[in-house]
Structure formats: structure tokens, C-alpha cells
Design a protein around this ligand. Structure first.
Ligand code: ZN
Length: 415
């Protein structure tokens, strides 16, 4: 079982107002911020993740390091304003659109690092290993070529980025998915990584993916991973959506973190994570904004709980025997997984909520977390401090206007 410390208070009363630890965003593809709200027209009666992916690939093909930097700046400033103080960037747009590496093979990664530094957000950069177009090992399609590496090329990229680590940057490894990474390559890469490197993987987002894994590898994705890798606290399993009870218990027992992305999983029609059983098994979890159709920890946490209510016809699901408040339990959950999933220990990041907001009038230690997460849509984040640096003041990122201008230019270029 994961030995994770649980903070006593999720939101604390201080002389400056209600204060809560910065929230880690465990899953992001920054470039997808540029297409938020642009894939909501039916192209086929059976529209699904797989038809959405076509739109996403068309957008991905247009990016270069400059436009990626501009879009990531906007996204990271929005994250900070929403109360996220760290982001795990699951980054696979490595090469030029035709698949050839840029003159600096790390140019796209460095665009993300620069955006994180410029905005002041903590970055856990997870360069993605992406090798195959499916479980059968078929080569990457034309539009997937800019994602691809062989094992040696990947490790060279990883090493060059890992050497850049500092107080605000951690570099870990992402395996795109079991369908995109053959088993021998997974072992070669995992064995070559430094012991401190975090490992993230898209694991079981789609039913078709589960079926294909069963057909080719003879096991469901989570089942296969638990049997074939030393899954432990270094691992984060993203979209552990489709689980059977044995897998739910297996992840919880491994000490791994699950990254749940409720708004994206809803937007893509993925399915619902078995939260109640997983919490009962003591599993560690956090949230991610993934495709960025929403950039708000409030909305992720709210919909994590609401999805369970809609499915079970009950209320107040995310609780523990010693924590009857849903809001407190949810905030404690994301705080408890933070260091383990991001690689940042003991960070001094915090968020101050707007004590003058009517929604918080008369709030108490016992109900402030519930009021923050479960009432209204006004952003209550007033101030955000990352590593002692005040990056959001009066609800605005310090460079909000300049970043928005650059973003608008980049979007016009991309469209
Ligand atoms: Zn993802």
C-alpha cells in the first residue's frame, strides 16, 4: 500500500485568507489547448475518441516550437490562475511534421520548459516514447511520425532533458500506451532510467484498446502491466478507466497513482473510473486536465464526484470513515499524491482563496472545501505562490495580457 501522508487540513484559515496547497495537474498535452471547443460538431453518428483523434492529429501537424511555446504560455498561466501550481506534461510532439528531428532534437521539449519558466509553474516534463501504431507493432502512420523514437534515440533525448533538471523542473518518462510501446522496448527504457524518474502511461482509456490488448497480449492492459513491470510508487497510470475489480485492487496495492481526467474523459466519452472501490482499497490518485477543454481543478474534482453520483444514484461518494466531507477528502487526495506523481518533494506552493467572495461568507474549517468545490463557477483563486514567487495577484497571472496577445497571434497562425 502507498505510504502517503495525509495533511490534516485541506484548506486552512490564515490571516491573509483561506489557504490551500497548490494542486498538481498530473496530465497535460499542452498543444491540445489550441483546439479546445473545436471538436464539438458531429462528423459521424458514431463519433468517438477515435474520430476526435483525427481532429487532434490535424491540429498537431501544424505546431512548431514557437507556436507550442505561445500556446503553453497561455495554458500554464490559466492553470496558475485556477490553482494548479505544477503540471505533468505528457509530451509527444517531438519532431518536425514530416518526422525528421529538429536541428536541436529537444526543440519542442525546450519550448515547454521555457513556457513553464516564463509563467512560473512547476513542470514535470515527461517525454513520450511512441513507437508503434497498434498492439500488432504496425509502423507509425504518416501523422504519427513526428511522435516517434527508437529506444536509443529516446534515451538520448531523455538524458539531455534530465540534465536540465532544477528546482522547478523534473524530467520523467512517459510510455504513450501499451499499444504504442512494444514490451521489449518498455523493459529496455524502464531499466535504463535513473531511479528518481517518474513513469507515466496511458493505460486503459478505450474499450477497443482493452480488447486489442486481450487479443494480442492475452491480458487486459492493467493486468498485463502489473504482471510484466515492477509497478510501484514511481508509476502514474493515466486513464485507468476500464478496470475489473482485480485490477482496481492491484493498482491500489502497487502504490502507483492513478491520474483521473474527469472533464476530458467525459468530453471524449471514455467511461467512468471505479472511484468508490478504488478509494475503499486505499489507492492513490490525482487529477489532470489532459485535453484542456477545462482548466480548473474545481471542475475536475466536482465532476469526479458527480460522475459517481450519476452512475450510482447516491450522493457523497468520495469520503472516508474519518473524513465525511467530500471536498476535504478530494483535496486531501490530490495533495497526498502530489510529490509521488510529480517528483517534487516538500514544495512551498500555496493558493489563497478570495475571503470576500459571497460563496465563502461564514465558511468554517469544516465546510470551506465543500463550498469551494461545489458551489458556483466563479474562480475563487485570488493569489498563487510557487516556490515563494507570487505569480497570480488579485486573480490575474502577472503576465496575463501579454501572454493572451501572443496566444491570439499563434492561434491565427495555427488556424
Ligand atoms: Zn493523455
Amino acid at each position: 500500500m502507498a505510504a502517503m501522508s495525509t495533511p490534516a487540513h485541506s484548506v486552512q484559515r490564515t490571516p491573509e485568507g483561506w489557504r490551500t496547497p497548490g494542486i498538481a495537474n498530473l496530465h497535460s498535452h499542452a498543444f491540445q489547448r489550441a483546439m479546445a471547443g473545436m471538436a464539438e460538431r458531429q462528423s459521424h453518428p458514431e463519433d468517438s475518441f477515435w474520430t476526435w483523434r483525427e481532429t487532434m492529429y490535424a491540429m498537431a501537424a501544424r505546431f512548431d516550437p514557437d507556436t507550442l511555446h505561445a500556446v503553453a504560455l497561455q495554458l500554464y498561466a490559466e492553470m496558475l490562475e485556477a490553482g494548479y501550481t505544477g503540471v505533468c506534461e505528457f509530451h509527444y510532439l517531438h519532431h518536425a511534421p514530416d518526422g525528421r528531428p529538429y536541428e536541436d532534437p529537444a526543440a519542442m521539449s525546450k519550448a515547454l520548459i521555457a513556457a513553464a519558466r516564463d509563467t512560473g509553474i512547476r513542470l514535470t516534463l515527461l517525454p513520450v516514447l511512441y513507437m508503434a501504431g497498434g498492439f500488432d507493432g504496425r509502423p507509425l502512420g504518416e501523422r504519427q511520425k513526428r511522435f516517434g523514437h527508437d529506444v536509443d534515440g529516446y534515451l538520448r533525448l531523455f538524458d539531455s532533458l534530465h540534465a536540465m533538471q532544477d528546482d522547478a523542473l523534473r524530467v520523467g518518462c512517459a510510455l504513450h500506451s501499451l499499444r504504442a510501446v512494444p514490451a521489449d522496448a518498455m523493459h529496455a527504457v524502464v531499466d535504463a532510467l535513473p531511479r528518481d524518474a517518474r513513469l507515466h502511461v496511458h493505460i486503459a482509456e478505450q474499450v477497443a484498446e482493452v480488447d486489442e490488448c486481450l487479443a494480442v497480449r492475452g491480458a487486459r492492459p492493467v493486468e498485463w502491466l502489473l504482471d510484466n513491470a515492477a509497478v510501484d510508487a514511481r508509476w502514474t497510470l493515466v486513464h485507468a478507466t476500464h478496470l475489473v475489480p482485480k485490477e482496481t485492487a492491484g493498482i491500489a496495492a502497487s502504490g502507483a497513482t492513478v491520474a483521473i481526467c474527469p472533464t476530458t474523459e467525459a468530453n471524449l466519452g471514455d467511461g467512468l473510473f471505479p472511484l468508490r472501490d478504488y478509494l475503499a482499497a486505499g489507492g492513490g490518485w490525482g487529477i489532470g486536465s489532459d485535453s484542456h477543454i477545462s482548466v480548473s481543478p474545481v471542475e475536475e474534482l466536482r465532476w469526479l464526484e458527480y460522475g459517481q453520483r450519476l452512475a450510482t444514484h447516491h450522493r457523497n461518494i468520495a469520503v472516508r470513515a474519518d473524513s465525511p466531507s467530500v471536498g476535504t477528502t478530494l483535496l486531501q487526495g490530490v495533495a497526498a499524491s502530489r510529490a509521488q506523481a510529480t517528483g517534487f518533494d516538500d514544495v512551498d506552493d500555496h493558493v489563497l482563496l478570495d475571503a470576500a467572495a459571497p460563496i465563502l461568507a461564514g465558511a468554517t474549517d469544516d465546510d470551506v472545501a465543500d463550498r469551494w468545490l461545489f458551489s458556483g463557477n466563479r474562480n475563487l483563486v485570488r493569489e498563487v505562490v510557487v516556490g515563494g514567487d507570487r505569480v497570480v495577484i488579485d486573480g490575474h497571472h502577472r503576465d496575463r495580457d501579454a501572454i493572451a496577445l501572443r496566444y491570439a497571434k499563434a492561434i491565427n497562425q495555427l488556424l
